[in-house]
Write a protein that binds this ligand. Sequence first.
Ligand code: PLP
Length: 394
Amino acid sequence: MLKTVAAFDRIGEENAFAVLARATTLASQGRDIINLGIGQPDFRTPEPIVEAAIKALRDGQHGYTPSVGIAPLREAVTADLHKRYGVEVDPGLVMIVPGGKVTMYAAIRLFGEPGAEILYPDPGFPIYRSMIEHTGATPIPVPIREENAFAFSAEETLALITPKTRLLIINSPANPTGGVTPKAEIDKLVKGLAAYPHVAILSDEIYDHFVFDGETHQTLLAYPEIRDRLILLNGWSKTYAMTGWRLGYSIWPKGLYEQVRKLSVNAWSCVNAATQYAGIAALQGPQDAVHAMVAEFDRRRHVVVEGLNALPGISCATPGGAFYAFPNVAGTGWPSAKALASALLEEAGVAVIGGPDFGVYGEGYLRLSYANSAENIRAALGRIAAFLAQRQVA
Ligand code: PLP
């Protein structure tokens, strides 16, 4: 037996990929599966973006690029942030990375070590906790509560900070809950953070385009008082239906940029060149495909929430953002949301994720991604209804 380092005994994963694999296996055996498990838009990458990548390859963009990304892409990122949020960002602080996860990886590596505490949302994206544990740091969950519309509470978050806290991770709009934290709460958090200058902040804003009901996303970049310790995570995966391209960006404080640049040279060198040109086309081209996609998600959001609330034992708050519903299933009598999710896949042919896959505070909930057609969502809800009516609690 080869012996690997202990850090790999402490690395977790993302169960959405395991559910996807199981759903794919069942489908290959002839089962009819409706997938509400995976968090990726069911749209094609808009054509002008695909064309830009093809052109870049034809133009001979085959080589390494600067590890931080090509300058026109970094400038396109800052221009986009200025246009959408009115914020000024130095393109010299933008890092182009292979997907949103890479920013998370880098930020947690920078601050995670034994003895350090890192605060992260629970329920939240599972990789936060997994990476924190991998570094040997202590994960401190910040409970995200249904009674608070799945927004984080500034007060509860600030109360968890200790002298050992090195990094605070926040995510709005949020996976898996669809929760959007209101500006007033973010104002309060930023104000409170003034008392804790030793804490860096990672703001995961990958769903920033997916905000409904006429609300606008509140970016942490809008607070100059924390810029010297703010790491912003964003990317193209969700907004432009580009999950498989692996393209993300981060904004770093001046004091951290050089370290992350070195990490990139050591680990991934750069994002492939053609994808970076596609990223420019995405930001600078027409945005109608994005608006149409968000409008379609909004329509489905109502279908899924209304459908879930009509089911016995299930109640679902209307999510303000992202493309997930996070229904409370405690009233179904199933003692474990994971067992219910598994039975729904195996017996009803509907792939969903159990809330505990997003943290201990996810017990009693399921995550349904509505990145599937309204027709399929309705069919899935019909299957869940039939399943709940027939099946005894395990
Ligand atoms: N952050 C959150 C909250 C996510 O839900 C995801 C993907 O599901 C990511 C980051 C990672 O995005 P990417 O696929 O670009 O690595």
